[in-house]
Design a protein around this ligand. Structure first.
Ligand SMILES: Cc1cc2nc3c(=O)[nH]c(=O)nc-3n(C[C@H](O)[C@H](O)[C@H](O)COP(=O)(O)OP(=O)(O)OC[C@H]3O[C@@H](n4cnc5c(N)ncnc54)[C@H](O)[C@@H]3O)c2cc1C
Length: 495
């Protein structure tokens, strides 16, 4: 069967809109089939400043900036033993983040897909996907008040989030110990809230869960609470408000803060974690939350969905334009999805260990006790940067008035898959004990280019400036960490 479209995107959330826009911009025929969002569950979500880079890559930064979302300078957290700890974004050299009303963000991103030439059907519920043969999929859908229809495509891109239209066909893998139920309510206080910085996301731990609050304006905040999904029953109707109020009543900071505010709509949603056994096949990819769901507490869900869409678009574009590289491209996408999920789950476990110190409850014990094996080809950057020999190399760099480095003769070079512009290509990478098959980037820094460039500079600030000018801005700690790894692992040596 020949395919009518290059790609059918199932779902018009951040992941679906972003991949549809990129593929359409790159000359492919794309249709987006999405259901109208349920306004009663429209949530406030927090996007860190680092999301801006992805929004720019997708070409929607200007529209998002123009939407007038409440801007935020950071978070204030009461996490475990930390009491009112302020995390300011500008302390890490980043601009402000966004406190978005999701239906509005989704509308902007979907308009971006249509503007790029994707055909968008906003009232289409996908009923079934048949992965026909190795070169075609058939997607059956129904529009409001109409009979079922079907469309064929080269790739069915499941961006249907938790619904997982394709993902639930045996690919989804639930994370034991991370069954989570969330309750969210919208609060209004005409006089605003008396906070040192009312733009902040507030987060606090409780005995058996955690709570958060995201402002949409100076007078409206959404307040959520996450509890054990295995033991909590959700009952709709008036009981839902009662359950929500009871859970908020268990918090120390947020319950006090909401005193005197008016509670509006309340809704419940599943916030359990999951990943997938496989993320891609010859005719499908799982994108964004369809592929995996990370802890909402990270505030990285939308950013992760956009990144998944970008790498997914690169993989699909490579398959469509260079079929000989299809297996490499799909493997690259799958490995990256696995790595992102593993790194995020590891961070959730670390947060749970912190919370457990204050709240020794089974809710935290189970999460804190989870061990996360490394994903295929994953380098645990935090552990690598903290390794004693890497720390020692870092101290030597800091204490030396000047650097004089050369590439060591015994450096192992391997071939590995990389993103170059909008394609996945095979290029050179460095073999490290942690990545014997080769790694090209650590913390976003190109190790080969850094190694070559380090030999031509005597001052670290000059090297940093030259690197950022040639290969794009990276944070100074990432460059220093990567340089220390190259020294500690003998890729570079002092002359
Ligand atoms: C309680 C909670 C709080 C969160 N807070 C934050 C936060 O503060 N910051 C943050 O970055 N992330 C947060 N997240 C995570 C974030 O919501 C998700 O990561 C993000 O929505 C993923 O985007 P997506 O496009 O992959 O999926 P979704 O946004 O879920 O989009 C899926 C789309 O598919 C459509 N769809 C579903 N089924 C079908 C079908 N059969 N046919 C057609 N269309 C279909 C849906 O209507 C929807 O438009 C939170 C999550 C939860 C649960």
């Amino acid at each position: 069967m020949s395919a009518a479209f290059d790609a059918v995107v199932i779902g018009g959330g951040p992941a679906g809109s972003a991949i549809a826009r990129l593929l359409a911009l790159w000359g492919h025929s794309v249709v987006v089939l999405t259901m109208a969002a349920d306004a009663a569950r429209g949530a406030a979500e927090s996007l860190p400043p680092s999301t801006r880079k992805l929004l720019a890559t997708i070409g929607v930064l200007e529209s998002v900036d123009g939407a007038g979302f409440y801007r935020t300078t950071g978070n204030t957290v009461w996490w475990g033993m930390r009491e009112g700890h302020v995390e300011r974004f500008d302390a890490s050299g980043e601009a402000s983040g966004y406190q978005v009303y999701r239906p509005e963000l989704d509308r902007i991103l979907l308009a971006g897909a249509a503007d790029a030439g994707a055909k968008v059907l906003c009232d289409a519920r996908v009923r079934r996907v048949q992965l026909e043969d190795d070169a075609c999929a058939q997607v059956e859908y129904q529009r409001d008040g109409q009979r079922s229809d079907a469309v064929t495509c080269r790739f069915a891109l499941d961006a249907s989030g938790r619904a997982g239209v394709v993902a639930r066909r045996g690919f989804r893998r639930h994370e034991p110990g991370f069954l989570t139920q969330a309750f969210v309510g919208e609060w209004k206080r005409d006089a605003g809230w008396d906070l040192p910085d009312d733009s902040h996301t507030l987060v606090e731990t409780c005995t058996a869960g955690w709570a958060w609050s995201v402002p949409l304006s100076a007078t409206i905040r959404h307040v959520g609470v996450a509890v054990d999904g295995a033991t909590t029953r959700v009952r709709r109707g008036p009981t839902l408000q009662g359950t929500y109020r009871a859970e908020i009543g268990k918090t120390r900071q947020l319950s006090g803060l909401m005193a005197g505010a008016t509670l509006g709509r309340v809704w419940a949603c599943d916030a359990s974690l999951y990943s997938a056994h496989a993320y891609a096949g010859p005719q499908f990819l799982l994108i964004g939350d369809a592929a995996s769901s990370i802890d909402p507490l990270s505030s990285f869900g939308v950013k992760k969905a956009l990144a998944s869409a970008w790498v997914g678009a690169v993989a699909v574009h490579t398959c469509l334009t260079h079929p000989d590289r299809q297996a490499v491209a799909l493997d690259f996408f799958s490995n990256r999805e696995q790595q992102v999920y593993a790194a995020s789950l590891r961070r959730s476990c670390a947060y749970a260990r912190e919370a457990y110190e204050r709240h020794p409850h089974p809710f935290w014990a189970e999460r804190a006790g989870t061990t996360v094996p490394p994903a295929n080809g994953e380098i645990d950057e935090d552990t690598l940067f903290r390794a004693p020999d890497v720390q020692a190399a870092f101290r030597r760099l800091k204490e030396s008035p000047a650097i004089e480095l050369s590439l060591s003769g015994g450096i192992g070079v391997r071939q590995c898959a990389l993103i170059h512009d909008r394609e996945i290509v095979i290029d050179e990478a460095i073999s490290l004990p942690e990545a014997p098959d080769g790694v090209r980037f650590i913390a976003g820094v190109d190790l080969l280019k850094l190694g070559e460039m380090a030999c031509r500079h005597r001052q670290v600030p000059d090297l940093f400036e030259a690197y950022c000018r040639a290969y794009g801005a990276v944070p100074l700690p990432s460059l220093l960490g990567s340089l220390s790894v190259l020294l500690a692992r003998g890729v570079l040596e002092a002359r």
